[in-house]
Design a protein around this ligand. Structure first.
Ligand code: RB5
Length: 148
């Protein structure tokens, strides 16, 4: 699977660890930065990853900032993105089963690498339950206010 990765300075260390983890599993990983501790703005990386996923140039995206909060808020502004801020294996599973989240957001200052890897793996391995599709259709309608 092709997965786009992005992070700010609060998340790049975890992003780099996940890059190695996902590459070792055989996924094609596109790293859209940032790649060092210099302060950057998380909406820029949410946009880079979100637009790649929304355009179908990657199947999934993973975004990391300090808490995961800001970068998830930003990513959800992009049409077609369903970004889930997740901090446990259970919410990772539910983000896939119920929400068909196409972007996973993590708090780089809050989650240790082994748990983050387990969370990402669970999200990738879990199938969407199609009975939830009508709710996702209603979310998509929120992106088109003139059509309501
Ligand atoms: C950056 O200092 C920090 O605000 C950011 O990484 C994130 O936690 C925002 O939600």
């Amino acid at each position: 699977m092709k997965i786009a990765l992005g992070a700010d300075h609060g998340g790049y260390l975890l992003k780099d660890a996940l890059k190695k983890y996902l590459s070792d599993l055989g996924h094609e990983v596109e790293d859209l930065g940032t790649n060092g501790p210099g302060r950057v703005d998380y909406p820029d990386y949410a946009r880079l990853v979100g637009e790649v996923v929304a355009a179908g140039r990657a199947e999934r995206g993973v975004l990391v900032c300090g808490t995961g909060i800001g970068i998830s808020i930003a990513a959800n502004k992009i049409r077609g993105i369903r970004a889930a801020l997740v901090s446990s294996v259970t919410t990772a599973r539910l983000a896939a089963e119920h929400n068909n989240a196409n972007v996973l957001c993590l708090g780089g200052r809050l989650i240790a690498e082994p748990l983050a890897a387990e969370i990402v793996q669970t999200w990738l391995d879990t199938d969407f339950e199609s009975r939830h599709q009508p709710r996702l259709d209603k979310i998509a309608m929120l992106e088109r206010p003139g059509e309501r």
